[in-house]
Structure formats: structure tokens, C-alpha cells
Design a protein around this ligand. Structure first.
Ligand code: PLP
Length: 429
């Protein structure tokens, strides 16, 4: 049976969810998947046969009319929910006046508006900041590597095991979440070192003693909450330790907030929970609610590179910038607070499952960035798939965890519904 899709996304937001009207995947989805296999790069690692057609708020409707509660948010991207009316209106308005003009060569006021908003959002202790806009997270990371090397004239960068910083060759050299991401691509960027995430003392006792002296190190790049690596919250004081190491040796501290930033953890930036001010903040993913935009926010004194040192044809495209301004308005006025409030509720609800659900080993996170660790990798994958079959979209991360990263508009009622489906999807013993 094929359901007729609703006509209007506002109806979709109010519709019953989950609502599964065909087997999964349904007939139209199966045809779409077959076609996809014929033409699309097989490097894309699809996790379950979801074929989205429309989204509104917390709801995704697939091509067969099945409706899912979305706790992926397009992998932490649809921060304001799907097709938020204010974001759509800002995009529509911008498309009527200017689609593109290369910001690397000319002056776009909307580009500067986004930079001003991001500069104002940076922790006060960063002092004055300047901002560069890119199209994707990996580009922001590439920009940060270049900036740190340029500012320090040093070659090396320290990242952490489990990190995900992107897939272009520089950022891939810092990514250390899954070996298969790196395999087959030859030598990584020279000068990339990795330390265990959250382990105090390692950089000074091992890396600086045995691998590279600190005055060869341009930057330490860290996710304040490790995303792809397992939604890991580091021990309190560890980010401050990194700050102290950087201060002692003139190293640039880069906070990769591409997944954790822009309100997801209940603060604009996750580093704020630890009171640590990095030298560079990287944003992406949720910054423009789904349009491609990323940002490199750096202390004034660092971003002292001259014309031509860095640029991008599309980076800071005016339509993406308009979406970002609308997104930042929503995040500042209500969504960051909502993420803190609903995140606390969601975390408590999932933790309350533990006494009766032996499969749950740990629940951790901040705001609406919550990791649920299960007993094994296979168990995490099985629960992810069962949630899909029951109409809840979640993804695994790390070795054996599920990530809960819904849009920041999530309500307590929707959080409760997700917990119910999650519990029903867990193994019986
Ligand atoms: N950094 C972090 C922390 C990420 O989570 C990601 C993507 O998942 C990236 C960088 C790369 O972003 P993109 O996929 O937009 O290149």
C-alpha cells in the first residue's frame, strides 16, 4: 500500500509520528535505492534504507509516505528542525536578490553579517576575532591547519585517537576514528600526531618526549565532545590542561565544534562548559540549518594572513549566509536554552532505563548531544536498525554507542517518545 504524501510541510509537522504505512523499505524507496546503486559512488556508507522525501520540524517522511521521528537531524545539521519557516523565508528572500558573488574577490554584506555574529558569539576570553567562511567542515579544518602553520611557522599538528575532522587529505590525516577512512590513500599529511582522547599528561609525557618537541607543534586540534568517536565527554580539567600546554609552548588551540557547536550542547560552544577559550573555533553542520556553510573563527592576532593566502569560490555563499543568520537568531533566542532543558530531560529519561535494561552500559553527553553506550558494536548496530524499523532515526558512533542528536527544537514529549521506542528496540536481556 502506498500512502499519499501530505501536501504541506506544516501538516507534516502535526502529523502522527512515527507512522509506518509500508514495509521498510517500501516499493518507491526500493526503486530509488536500486537506481542509486547504479549511479552513485559506492564510497557512501549508507546505514539503513531511508529515502527521505520531505521534512518538517522533527519529522521526516520517506518517498512511500512513512513518517519517522528524527533523532539524527541529518547528522547534527538540521539544528532548527526540518524546513523551519523562518529559515525557509530567509532563504527565499535571499534567492530573489542574489544567489552568488565570489566573496573571495568582492565584498558581500551578508558574509560580513555572519562573521560579525560569529565573532560576537566567541568566548570573551578569545578577545577580538575574525572569521573565514567555508562550505563544509573539512574545509574549515583545512583552513585551520593552514592558519596555524602560517601563524607559527611550525609544521606539526596534534589530534586525538577517535577524532573525526573530515575526509580531505589534511583533515583526514587528523581523523583517527576508523582505519578504513584512511586506508588506501597513501601517506597522510606530514606532521600529524595522535594522543589518546581525554588522557591527562600524555602529550607532555609521550609526544613531547618521544615524537616531536613542542616548538615544532603548530596546533592541537580537539573536539570538546568527541562526536563520531563515541559522543565522549572528556574528564573535567582536561581541556584546561590542553589550554595550559598551548600557552606554555606558543601552540594554537583549535576547538573543532563542527558537531558540538551552535547551541547543540545547550551553550553556543561546548568549550563554554569548561570555561576554556581556544584560539580557533570551527563551526559547520548546524550553522545554516542544512545549507552548506562552515566557519573558522580565530583570534585577531592569529588571523593575520595576507590577501590570497586563503579563499573559496563558494564559501560564504549569500543564500547559506542568509540561512545562517536566521539559524543564529533562533539558536540565540530559544534553541540553545531548549537544547539544555530538553537535553537534561532526555538524559535523565535514558539513564532511568539503566536499572532494567542491562544492554545500556553508559549514558553521557551535554544538551542534545547524548551518547548511549551498549555492550558491543553488533548490539549498537542491531538497536539502530530496530529503531529504524519502529520509526525512530538514530545512528551509531564510536565502537558501540548510539548517538541522540535531534534538532534543537525537540520537545520533552518527543524526547519521551524517542526513549519509548529506544527501550522497545533494546534486546530483552
Ligand atoms: N569535524 C567534526 C567534529 C565532524 O563531526 C565532522 C563531520 O562529521 C567534520 C569535522 C567534517 O565535516 P564535513 O563532513 O562537513 O566535511
Amino acid at each position: 500500500m502506498t500512502a499519499l504524501p501530505l501536501t504541506d510541510t506544516a501538516d507534516l509537522a502535526r502529523a502522527k509520528v512515527p507512522n509506518l504505512v509500508t514495509e521498510l523499505p517500501g516499493p518507491i524507496a526500493r526503486a530509488a535505492i536500486e537506481r542509486d546503486h547504479s549511479f552513485v559512488s559506492p564510497s557512501l556508507g549508507r546505514v539503513y534504507p531511508l529515502v527521505p522525501a520531505r521534512g518538517s520540524g522533527m519529522v521526516i517522511e520517506d518517498v512511500d509516505g512513512n513518517r519517522f521521528l528524527d533523532f539524527n537531524a541529518g547528522i547534527a545539521v538540521n539544528s532548527t528542525g526540518h524546513c523551519h519557516p523562518a529559515v525557509v523565508a530567509a532563504i527565499e528572500e535571499q534567492t530573489r536578490s542574489l544567489l552568488h558573488y565570489c566573496s573571495s574577490d568582492f565584498f558581500l554584506p551578508v558574509y560580513a553579517d555572519v562573521c560579525a555574529r560569529l565573532a560576537a558569539s566567541a568566548p570573551d576570553a578569545m578577545g577580538g576575532t575574525k572569521v573565514f567562511l567555508a562550505n563544509s567542515g573539512t574545509e574549515a579544518v583545512e583552513g585551520a591547519i593552514k592558519l596555524a602553520r602560517h601563524a607559527t611557522r611550525r609544521p606539526n599538528v596534534i589530534a586525538f585517537l577517535g577524532a573525526f575532522h573530515g575526509r580531505s587529505l589534511g583533515s583526514l590525516s587528523l581523523t583517527a576514528s576508523k582505519a578504513r577512512y584512511r586506508g588506501g590513500f597513501g601517506a597522510p599529511m606530514a606532521g600529524a600526531y595522535h594522543a589518546p582522547y581525554g588522557e591527562p599528561g600524555y602529550i607532555e609525557n609521550v609526544i613531547f618526549k618521544h615524537l616531536t618537541p613542542p616548538d615544532d607543534v603548530a596546533a592541537i586540534i580537539v573536539e570538546p565532545i568527541q562526536g563520531e568517536g563515541g559522543y565522549l565527554v572528556p574528564p573535567r580539567g582536561w581541556l584546561a590542561e590542553l589550554r595550559a600546554i598551548c600557552d606554555a609552548h606558543g601552540i594554537v588551540l583549535i576547538a573543532d565544534e563542527i558537531q558540538s557547536g551552535v547551541g547543540r550542547t545547550g551553550r553556543m560552544w561546548a568549550v563554554e562548559h569548561d570555561g576554556v577559550a581556544p584560539d580557533v573555533i570551527l563551526a559547520g553542520k548546524g550553522l545554516a540549518s542544512g545549507l552548506p556553510l562552515a566557519a573558522l573563527i580565530a583570534r585577531d592576532a592569529l588571523m593575520a594572513w595576507g590577501p590570497g593566502k586563503h579563499g573559496s569560490t563558494f564559501g560564504g555563499n549569500p543564500v547559506a549566509c542568509a540561512a545562517a543568520l536566521a539559524t543564529l537568531d533562533l539558536v540565540d533566542s530559544e534553541l540553545s536554552d531548549n537544547a539544555a532543558r530538553v537535553g537534561t530531560h532526555l538524559m535523565a529519561r535514558v539513564r532511568a532505563l539503566r536499572p532494567r535494561q542491562p544492554a545500556i552500559v553508559d549514558v553521557r553527553g551535554r544538551g542534545l548531544m547524548i551518547g548511549v553506550e551498549l555492550r558491543s558494536h553488533d548490539e549498537a548496530v542491531a538497536v539502530e536498525q530496530e529503531c529504524f524499523r519502529r520509526g525512530l532515526l538514530v545512528l551509531t558512533c564510536g565502537e558501540s554507542s548510539l548517538r541522540l542528536a535531534p534538532p534543537l527544537i525537540c520537545t520533552e514529549t518527543q524526547a519521551d517518545l524517542a526513549v519509548e521506542i529506544l527501550e522497545a528496540s533494546l534486546p530483552a536481556s
